[in-house]
Design a protein around this ligand. Sequence first.
Ligand code: ADP
Length: 428
Amino acid sequence: MGNSTERQGGVRLGCIADDFTGATDLANNLVRAGMRVVQTIGVPAAPLDTQVDAVVVALKSRTIAPEQAVAQSLAALQWLQEQGAEQIYFKYCSTFDSTPEGNIGPVTDALMQALGTDFTIATPAFPDNKRTVFKGYLFAGDVLLNESGMQDHPLTPMKDPNLVRVLQAQTQKKVGLVDYQTIAQGADAIRARFAALQAEGVGIAIVDALANADLVTLGAALQGMPLVTAGSGVAIGLPQNFGIAPDSQAAALPAAEGLQAVVSGSCSVATNQQVAAFIATGRPALAIDPLRIAEGADVRGEALAWARDKLAGGPVLVYSTAEPASVRAIQGRLGVEQAGAMVEQTIAGIARGLVELGVRQLVVAGGETSGACVQALQIAQMRIGAQIDPGVPWCHALSPAAPQGLHIALKSGNFGTPDFFTKAFSRL
Ligand code: ADP
């Protein structure tokens, strides 16, 4: 047994994530840094029943009304404190998705008040994902945030790349900056800068970071800070503060068994390639036609009947994945939301049916589709395992349809290499 399985004690890091795939992204970083991690879907009703180093509570609070986001985040905080969490991590998007109303500012203010702390940091920096912060300005790849396409986001248009200004518009606290010059001088200099900012009345400090090494340096300076707010990047520097180092045992999941299947409701470029690559292997693949769902055909029943005798031979794929022109045509006939919801529900029903047929290794493609499948399988929490590709780990979860548990990988749209749908199973 490795160190991590012998490690005793309660939850070190309690995390609150403002969306589902963002939660998995954070959990994945923590596992890679050596922590054993459970991700919960919403705030659990019961206490945690396994021993882990970190818990990530996945909310869906990024774009809801600020009062609701605050209420949900405070409920998550209370549950995490009941599990003994020593440090709280509020996780948001690495493009700082928010509006002048929130929700990053209001949630941070409320968590600070509940924790009785008057200082925290805020940084979406995640160099592995090409998000860097310099002089408080957020870059996505080689361009400023407001030139990256995020300025046109339908819900959270980011028109100002200066995070001090962006956050100041949303918070009661004074916002300051720990700039790169300080980061380059090491953890002691960062701590001294924190103290100086606090003396000036600053409550939240935006922090520059250009490389992973900066996040590790920053991590050391965050030891003992009650609340950290960040994208998923800062997670790589925190486990060391709890005496935890990278350890493959942290990603250990129960042995995989049972039948294998992929369901895909994602129409992203990468997923289209993955579906084509799976079909090219000659394995069984079934396309779902949204128009037949709209006509009331029993598409779910047909798909399960199709899969039933093929599953014993290896992984099968059921997909609604289509090229943009075809998706637009369907949306034109059914409406965007209607088409999306219908397809999601059908795929989720098929996922549940496949698990009832004995599938215990399930890959789901699509962010929204993943949410629908997790709901249909009534999954409340997932233990996070090793990553298949960046940002996509295998997980293990209990479901009424699989009381002994199943392995599930939730892949959002543009993640994964073209051979993802076959490679994933070879990693178990
Ligand atoms: P991604 O992570 O790639 O964005 P999502 O699952 O989040 O994938 O979103 C894809 C959306 O498109 C879902 O609402 C899904 O139901 C819908 N959809 C899937 N296939 C089709 C299709 N053939 N026509 C129209 N909409 C579709």
